[in-house]
Write a protein that binds this ligand. Sequence first.
Ligand SMILES: Cc1cc2nc3c(=O)[nH]c(=O)nc-3n(C[C@H](O)[C@H](O)[C@H](O)COP(=O)(O)OP(=O)(O)OC[C@H]3O[C@@H](n4cnc5c(N)ncnc54)[C@H](O)[C@@H]3O)c2cc1C
Length: 467
Amino acid sequence: MNIIEEPSRKTPIMAETDVLIVGGGPAGLSASIAAAREGVNTMLIERYGCFGGVITQAMIGTIAWYRYAKTVDAGGIGLEFEKLAKDMNGSINVFGNIKNKEMIKTLEKEGLMANGEPTYEILDTEMFKCIADKLVQDANITPILHCSAVDVIMEDQTIIGVITESKSGRQAILAKRVIDATGDADIAYHSGVPFRKSPKNELMEVTVNYGCSGINIGKFLMYVYLNPGSIGDWGDTSGKEESSFSTYLVEPFNKAKKAGEIPKDVDIESFWTNYTDAGEITSFNGIHMTDIDPTDVWDLTKAEIEGRKRVMWAIEALKKYTPGFKKARLRTIGASVGTRESRKIMGEYEITEHDVRNEGHFEDSIGICPEFIDGYGIAIMPTTGRYFQVPYGIIVPQKVENLLVVGRCVAGDKISHAATRQMCCCTVTGQGAGVAAAISYKDNVSCRQVNLSKVQTSLKKQGVRIE
Ligand SMILES: Cc1cc2nc3c(=O)[nH]c(=O)nc-3n(C[C@H](O)[C@H](O)[C@H](O)COP(=O)(O)OP(=O)(O)OC[C@H]3O[C@@H](n4cnc5c(N)ncnc54)[C@H](O)[C@@H]3O)c2cc1C
C-alpha cells in the first residue's frame, strides 16, 4: 500500500478512567457492568449511536435460543439482559400465540416449551437500545457513543491510553486497564498482540438482516406447521437434534432460484425468529455473503450494498412463494452487516474443539457455557445439560499486561469459535474480564497475575456459575 507521512501532532486528552471498555456489544456491556460493580471508575466507548453490538446493529434478538428444558445456564449478566428486557416489555414470546395443541406437544417434547411456556424469549432488538442505556446508567458507567478507538498509546508492554476519533476530533482516553470488546480485536491488534485470522474465503459468512411488515402471521404459522423446518436441514447435528424444530425457511428462495429470479449461486435462506402480533417479522437472518474480510473497509462496503440488493430479491420471493406474505413490505435493514468471525487473539490458553465438545474443565474457570456449537456446518444444541467451563486464559492476550480481550475474538481454535462466539459465551467472557480488570487494578498487579480465586469469588457474588 502507498503511504503518506502525517506531521506529528499533539492529541487532547478527553478523559481518564480506571477501566476502559472499547465496544458496547454483549461482551462489552457485560464487562463494563461487572467492572463498575467492583467499584472502579468505568468508561464504555462505542463507535455507533447505541449499545448492543450485533443485537441492535444486525437485529439479532436470539440471545437465548439455545435454551432447552434441560440446559444448564451460565447465569450472570446475560440472564440479567433477558430479565430486564422482559420487565421493560422488551422481549417477544415467540411461541406465545401458538394455540395448536399438537404443536405445543411437539415443542414440549423437544424441550423448547415447558408447562405451556417457551424456554426462552427473543429480545426486541429496537427496545434493546433503551434496555442497554438503562443497564449502563444504572451501573454508573460513563458512556461515550459515536466514538471509535483507532489506536493505542503504549509504554513497554502496557497500554497507557486509547486514541479515539469522533465528531469531537482525535482525542485520547487514558486508562489503567483496557478491555477490548470490539469483536474484531482492534485494540489487541493496535497494541501488537499476536493474532490469527483465517483467509477471507475460509471465514464465516457475514449477513445483512432485514424485517418485514404486512404479514398475515396466522396464515404463515399454519404454513410452518404443515412444513416445519428442522435443525438437520441446515447443520450437521450430533443426531439428537436432527429433527428438532427450527425457524428455518428456504423453500421460497429455492423456488425463486428455479424460476431464474435469484441467481443459483447466491447463499440465501432464512431464520424468521422474531414475529409480533402487529403482522411483522422483525428479523430475517439469511442473506449471507462469503469471501468478505470484516476488517477491510472495501469488503464491508461491498457486503452492505450486495446484501441490500439480495434483501430485495428475498422479499420478492417471500411475497410470491410464501403463504401470508402477499402484502409484505420491507420494514428495516440492519444498521450494519453482521460479522461472525475476524481476528482471534493468541492468548495464554487456546480453547479447543475437544474442550467444547467434551465438557472441558479448568481451574481458572470464569464461568460456564452450555454445550452449544453453531458454525462451520455444525449444529449441536445443549439439550442434555452438558456444558464446558470457560478458562480465564482465553481472554488474556500474549505480550500486553493491562489488556483483556472478550467476546467473539477470544483465543481458541476454529471449531471452539462456533461455541465462544455465541452471545451467552460473550457475556461470560465479558463479565469475567470486567471483574478481573477491576481486581487487578485495585490490587496493583497485571491482568496476567490477578488473583483468580478473588475473581471467582466476586463473580459468584455477581450471580455467575463457575463450576
Ligand atoms: C447474523 C448473525 C446472527 C447471529 N445469531 C446469533 C444467535 O442467534 N445467537 C447467538 O448467541 N449469537 C448469534 N450470533 C453471534 C453473536 O451475535 C456475536 O458473536 C456476538 O454479538 C459477539 O459479541 P461481541 O460483544 O464480541 O461483539 P459485537 O456484538 O460485534 O459488538 C462489538 C461492538 O464493538 C463496537 N466496536 C467495534 N470496533 C470498535 C472500535 N474500534 N471502537 C469503538 N467501538 C467499536 C461495535 O460497534 C459493536 O457495538 C450471530 C451473529 C451474526 C452476525
